[in-house]
Every structure is written in C-alpha cells, then in structure tokens.
Unconditional design. Structure first.
Length: 241
C-alpha cells in the first residue's frame, strides 16, 4: 500500500516503528488464526513479560514529539498557520494516531496524501478489523472517515476540530485490499468548513460521508497556548533535531 507520494516531514521512527509493526502483525495473525493452547500460553507469557518492561519505560510526551518531528506543530507554536500540503505529497498528521499513526501498535497504518483538491487516505483493512465474515467492521470504516475528512484541514493549511460527521454505509467494505477515502472541501460558512468523503474499493463505493469542522485560533487551544507560553519562557528551546 504505497500512494507513491514523498513524505511531508522527516520521520524518526526507528525501533519504535519496528515494534509497532510487529505488534500489528501479531494482532492480525491472532485474529486470523486458531492457535493451540501451548502456543497461546507462550504468546501470553512472552508478551506479559515484555509488557512489564514497557510499562517501566518513560512515558511519551506528545508535545515534545510534535515539536521535534512536526513542521505543522512547529508553525502553530510560532504563531502562524501551517503551509498547505503541496500536490502529490504526504499530508502531515499524527504519528501516533490510531488511523494513520505509524507508531500506533493498534493502528490501521493508513496513508494520507494530496491529489489535486482531494485528500486521499489509502488503507488495507487486515483481519483484526473484520466484522461480518469477509467484510470490514462498520466502526473501523467510521474511524477512518473521521481522520480522512480531518486531513483536509492540514492539506489546506487550516486548523480546527470536528464538529460532526454523517456517515452512510452503502455497501460492505472489503478486507485485505487497498481502498481509498477521498475527501475534499465543498463549502465554507464563517468558521465552519464542510467536507465530503467517498470511500471506494475494487467493488466500487462502499461509504459516503459529510463532515463539519470548526476552525479555531490555535492560540485559544489550552494545550497549544501552554506550549507557546513554555516556549516563550525558554528562549533556548530548540524544536529542531
């Protein structure tokens, strides 16, 4: 699953990415297979011991990670709106998001890129996201729609939050093949942005959605305001690697 689009920002995933990929692989394997009791017990014992080690490790700080790896977040901290995504490039989002976050061990490993005036989200739903036999769980489709429509904002150089999402499931979504969610801005009214999304696979359209996003001044968002204040108080803060 590769939209053949260059990345929008430098990623520093390393061993964390390797671990996340391995956990996702195991999750899909367990969802698709019937294992005997001995193997199940060995999996539980091994993962339990590893989980104990991970629990003892330092906690993630998303502010710090965003400041290091996200050009979009850096722009917000500098008091300016991020630049729109160039055509054909990957749309920068959240590295730990459950939909497109490469570092999320439970994620869908989706990819977002710009194609003209559309934000294109490509995903291959694995066995862990099966609902009816051979088809994707509707909740997983809704999850992708939420993020797919949201990527229109960074694509356009905007900032805001979800107001509402209306989803229509028009056909079963297929498992194990690349599918696309194409989202575009279709209207604007005051601070409201109206986004439309269509999801398609080899068998045609399987979902349609309309979403409303509310634009806000990033400086009024508490966690961004706090980060800006901390950055201002510490002029030595360096957001680059």
């Amino acid at each position: 699953m590769d939209p053949a689009a260059p990345t929008a920002f430098a990623t520093h995933e390393g061993a964390d990415l390797t671990a996340a990929v391995a956990v996702r692989r195991l999750g899909h394997a367990l969802a698709a297979a019937t294992v005997d009791a001995d193997l199940a017990e060995r999996i539980a014992a091994t993962l339990g011991a590893l989980a104990d080690e991970v629990d003892a490790a330092p906690r993630r700080d998303k502010h710090v990670e965003h400041a290091k790896h996200s050009t979009r977040y850096t722009a917000l901290l500098e008091g300016r709106m991020p630049d729109p995504t160039p055509n054909g490039h990957e749309i920068e989002f959240d590295r730990t998001s459950i939909v497109g976050g490469r570092l999320n061990p439970f994620g869908l490993d989706a990819r977002h890129h710009r194609d003209g005036d559309e934000a294109v989200t490509t995903v291959n739903f694995g066995p862990a996201f099966e609902g009816p036999p051979g088809r994707v769980h509707g909740g997983a489709v809704a999850l992708v729609v939420d993020e797919a429509t949201a990527t229109v904002l960074p694509m356009e150089g905007r900032f805001g939050f979800t107001g509402s999402v209306s989803l229509k499931l028009v056909a079963p979504a297929p498992l194990g093949v690349d599918v696309q969610f194409r989202s575009r801005l279709v209207g604007e009214e005051g601070r409201k942005l109206f986004v439309r999304c269509e999801a398609t696979g080899p068998e045609g359209t399987f979902a349609e959605a309309d979403a409303v996003y509310i634009q806000v001044d990033p400086r009024t968002v508490p966690w961004i305001a706090a980060a800006i204040a901390a950055r201002t108080d510490d002029p030595s803060t360096d957001t680059q690697d």
